[in-house]
Each structure stands twice: as C-alpha cells, then as structure tokens.
Design a protein around this ligand. Sequence first.
Ligand code: HPA
Ligand code: MG
Length: 219
Amino acid sequence: MAEVAVHSERRGEGIVISDDWPGYSLDLFSYPAHYSGDLDCVIIPHGVIMDRTERLARNIMDELGDHDIVVLCVLKGGYQFCADLVDRIKALSRNSNRTIPMRVHFIRLKSYLNDQSTEDLHILGAEDLSFLAGKAIVGTGKTMKTLLKHVEAFGPKMIKVAGLLVKRVPHSSACVPDYVGFEIPNRFVVGYALDYNEYFRDLNHICVISESGKLKYKI
Ligand code: HPA
Ligand code: MG
C-alpha cells in the first residue's frame, strides 16, 4: 500500500525537543578529542539529523516536485544541512520518475559574535539575485527575515524556507520556516556546521556548548 500522511506533522514545528530534555551524555558518542570539556551534552546526534533531513527532502519533493528548484544556501552555518538536504533530494529524484532540475547558490549572512546576535546583519553575495525570478526556492539557514525581504524583491514564483533548527526564543517575531527539522530550547548549540566564533563546525552532532567552552573560544 502506498505511504500516506506525508504532511501530518504540524506545519513549521518539526521534532520538538523540550526544555527539560537533558540531552545525551557525551560519553555515549564519539566526537573530536579537542572539544573535550567544551560541551555539556549531545542534543541531536548526527544520525537523527540525517534521518530527519531525509524526511524533509521527501516533504519538499512532494510539494515542489513539479518546479525547477533554485536552492539558496545560507553560509556558513547552513552549509552542512544544505549539502545533505540537496543530496537526499537528488537521491529521491533518482529513485522516482521525476527528475528535478536544481541549481544551488550561496550567500553569506553574519550576525553573531560570541553567543550574541549583533544588530547589523551582513548579507554577502546577494547583490544580484535576479536569477531567482519565477523559480521555487528552498533557502536553508537562519536569520531569514531580512533575507526573505531581499529575495522577495526579485519576484520568485514561490519561496520556501527550510531550517534545520528553530529555537524557542521568547518574544520572537521571526518567521517560521516552511520545513523545520527540530524545535529546540533556547540554548546556544554548536556542531553540524553551527559555530561559536568559527569553532565546532567540525563536530558532527548538535551539542550544547559548556560555559568553559564559551570562555575558551571567546574573542
Ligand atoms: N548556535 C550557533 N549559531 C547560532 C545559534 C546557535 O545556537 N543561534 C543563532 N546562531
Ligand atoms: Mg555563526
């Protein structure tokens, strides 16, 4: 029997990780020895990220499969998610009768120093997004609000945002992505390309940074 219930999950919510979830002990997984002492716990193991990403790829295919897709990857934190998501979409497209033309572009956003969001958001590489006109976009990454305004000005046919993580931040006015991997507590997380002052991108799992880790890499 064909699989059903493709969009049974609540829109824009994803897998909810509650505030009282203590995470997994680091001793249960392997991670680079140079980060020992710098992390509190594993909040999302790499394998779970990959499984969730595969499902997001299927949801995207089901919804956008008849369009050309222009993927706009938001660097740097979104690079791993984007690469894995595109990879899963390619695999699904290979295994179905639909081939989906996909182009991938990169832009860079920078807004964080240490673990604080700064006022000024820099968009690099987005000067001319006129190639977006009439295409379906799946943007990946964070800090989407400013970017969305910028992208909408180019008049794409459809814009969809995929975000691996959505944080439960108090008083947030942020727009919720159309495809969400996980909803997480308001803690600073690193790994899977998410950084703290450029460190921890080489960690596969998504982890909570420790206070001593913050001090060690503070600038
Ligand atoms: N980790 C890394 N980068 C971020 C985070 C985070 O928790 N929140 C916003 N940018
Ligand atoms: Mg960063």
